[in-house]
Each structure stands twice: as structure tokens, then as C-alpha cells.
Design a protein around this ligand. Structure first.
Ligand code: FMN
Length: 320
């Protein structure tokens, strides 16, 4: 069956310039130029995670993305990083129009972002954080729920509970992140009032994702309880359950310091051996059963959301 994948429109497609309101989640050392370029070329909004990249490497990754697509790409800047300002200057010089910020106070970069005429979405996990971001002048928020892969907030508010509360509290548009792996997820997010989705875990299980085959196969074989939170006392992070995650849990029970836990997690982040690796992934891993291309992921999400919308409508028309 040919998917119906005509363009979509929301305030998030306006802000990003993408055909579909689907953002590639910023994933450290994974959401690089190639993934961003491929996602944008297929209608999503590919963003390059600047976390851990030198300024020179970031420029290379931006140019790599540009060699793969003429569609807009974005950069995610973790605000707390010492090179956040320099990263922003590179984004401006390279002509990036929309950036996302995370992990810190959005006020820090807001002045320069506005002066340069860029659009910015800030990642939040509570209503109070999102209100502060709106007051700082951001154009939208990415609301990250507790089911998401990677770093999650201590407050542990789920996507399903967080999105409608944010939509009611804010004037600016909301992107839902965490737990979205197919068209049903996109439709649910829109039903809750979101105007876009950010997807991480589903994009990891693609042929193009630059992670080991072992990582991909652990995602597609994971059950719904296949992830756990590690680093609860340091920086909570949702990862696939494996030997490495069990080591971190034991370190925590033994009273290891935040620095020791972070150092271990950094050393084994995405290691080639899937038993030794710390592999961030969200609870939606349990839904993912195959490794497909980025293009197939995006087309399936859009196509399925449209079909499912028609199915849901039947409930209101009294016919099944
Ligand atoms: C492997 C991995 C690495 C991630 N790294 C980052 C990061 O460096 N910065 C960030 O803001 N979010 C990071 N995230 C979160 C994603 O950007 C995205 O918000 C999240 O994956 C969405 O939830 P999902 O995994 O349920 O799709 C990461 C997620 C994963 C799975």
C-alpha cells in the first residue's frame, strides 16, 4: 500500500521549515551530520547534537548534513557546556535557522539567539521549567517525558501527563518527546495538544544509525520493561537493561560518587560489545521489532497516523 505522506502543517513545521513535525532527537555522538541530513532529506527535522563535539567537528558535521540535503537542519546546544556560546556562533555563521537548547537556563543564550534572528526550542520536563523558558522568549518547547531514552528529569512526569498540562499553561507550541515510535504515538501526541514530536529510540533501530549492530538488535528484542533508570542520584538516564547497567546499579548501591558513575557511563557509552555498553533507549523499544531505513520510519509514522485518525473518528460516528 502506498502511504499517504502529503505535507503536514503546524507551528512546529513553521518554526523548523520541515515537511513533517518530526524532529530527530539529539543523541550524543549519534545525531551527527549524516543522520541529520538523512532525516531532513526525508521530511523530518534533522538536528545535530553538539554535545561532546569540538567546534571544528561541529562545522564538519553541519557540512556533511548539507551535502545530503537542501532541507533545513538544526543544532542542539546543551546550555551548561562551557563552549555553548561558541557553538551558537558556529550555528549562526553556518546559516542554521532553528536550534534547540537543553540542560540549562535558556536565558543564557536567548539574547544572542534573538539578535541573530534564529528560532529556538528549549527542552523541558516540567510546567515550571517550560514557563521560565517561555518567559525567556523561546519560540517553543520540547517536552521530555520519563519514558524517553537518555537523560530524563528527576521529576519523572510521563509524556502523557506532561503534554496537556504544558499546552494549557503556555502560549508557545509544544513538541512531545518520549515514547513515540509510530503513527499512533504521533496522533496521541497531537490529540494531547502537541504540534510536533521528537523521536530518538525509533531512529536508533535504523540501517543508517551509527551504532553497533548489537545495540540495534538489543532494541528490537527488548520488551516493554527492557529499560531501566541508572544514575538516579547523579543524572538519571534511561538505558537498555544489560550487564553494564547492572554494574552501574551495583555502584549506586555501594555508594559510588556521581563522578564515578558518570565516568563509567561515559567510558562505556555505546561500546561495541552490547553486554559492556551503556546503551540509552526509551520504553518504546518494546514496540520496535525491525531495523528499517530512516525513510521507512518517517513514512510509516505519517502514513499510520493518517489511517489511525480515520479509525478513531469511527468511534465518534457510532460505526465500527
Ligand atoms: C542514545 C540516546 C542519546 C541521547 N542523548 C541526548 C543528548 O545528548 N541530549 C539531549 O538533549 N537528549 C538526548 N537524548 C534524548 C533524545 O534527544 C530524545 O528526546 C529522546 O530519545 C526521545 O524519546 P524516545 O527515546 O522515547 O524517542 C538521547 C536519547 C538517546 C536514545
Amino acid at each position: 500500500m502506498k502511504e499517504n505522506t502529503g505535507n503536514m502543517h503546524s507551528r512546529i513545521t513553521e518554526l523548523t521549515g520541515a515537511r513533517y513535525p518530526i524532529l530527530l532527537g539529539s543523541m550524543r555522538f549519534i545525531s551527527l551530520g549524516e543522520m541529520a541530513g538523512i532525516v531532513s532529506e526525508n521530511g523530518g527535522f534533522g538536528q545535530i547534537g553538539a554535545s561532546g563535539l569540538t567546534i571544528g567537528r561541529l562545522r564538519e558535521e553541519i557540512r556533511k548534513a548539507r551535502s545530503l540535503t537542501d532541507a533545513p537542519i538544526g543544532i542542539n546546544i546543551p546550555v551548561y557546556r562551557p563552549n555553548a556560546f561558541e557553538t551558537l556562533e558556529v550555528a549562526i555563521e553556518e546559516g542554521v535557522r532553528t536550534i534547540t537548547t537543553s540542560a540549562g537556563d535558556p536565558n543564557k543564550l536567548a539574547g544572542r539567539i534573538k539578535e541573530a534572528g534564529l528560532k529556538v526550542l528549549h527542552k523541558c520536563s516540567t510546567v515550571s521549567m517550560a514557563r521560565k523558558a517561555q518567559d525567556a522568549g523561546v519560540d517553543g518547547v520540547i517536552a521530555s517525558g520519563a519514558e524517553a531514552g537518555g537523560h530524563v528529569s528527576r521529576e519523572q512526569i510521563t509524556t502523557f501527563a506532561l503534554i496537556p498540562q504544558l499546552v494549557d499553561a503556555l502560549r508557545i507550541p509544544v513538541v512531545a518527546a518520549g515514547g513515540i515510535g509510530d503513527g499512533r504515538g504521533l496522533l496521541a501526541a497531537f490529540a494531547l495538544g502537541a504540534e510536533g514530536v521528537e523521536v530518538g529510540t525509533r531512529f536508533l533501530a535504523t540501517s543508517e544509525a551509527p551504532v553497533s549492530e548489537g545495540y540495534k538488535s538489543r532494541i528490537i528484542s527488548a520488551d516493554c520493561d527492557g529499560t531501566i533508570l541508572i544514575g538516579r542520584t547523579a543524572m538519571p538516564s534511561r538505558v537498555l537493561r544489560n550487564q553494564a547497567a547492572a554494574v552501574v546499579e551495583q555502584m549506586e548501591r555501594d555508594g559510588a560518587s556521581k563522578e564515578q558513575i558518570n565516568a563509567y557511563a561515559d567510558e562505556f557509552y555505546c561500546h561495541d560489545d552490547p553486554d559492556k555498553a551503556i546503551m540509552p533507549a526509551g520504553q518504546i523499544a518494546g514496540l520496535i521489532g525491525t531495523v528499517v531505513s530512516v525513510r521507512e520510519v518517517i513514512e510509516a509514522i505519517i502514513g499510520e497516523a493518517r489511517t489511525r485518525l480515520a479509525d478513531v473518528n469511527c468511534y465518534f460516528q457510532g460505526r465500527m
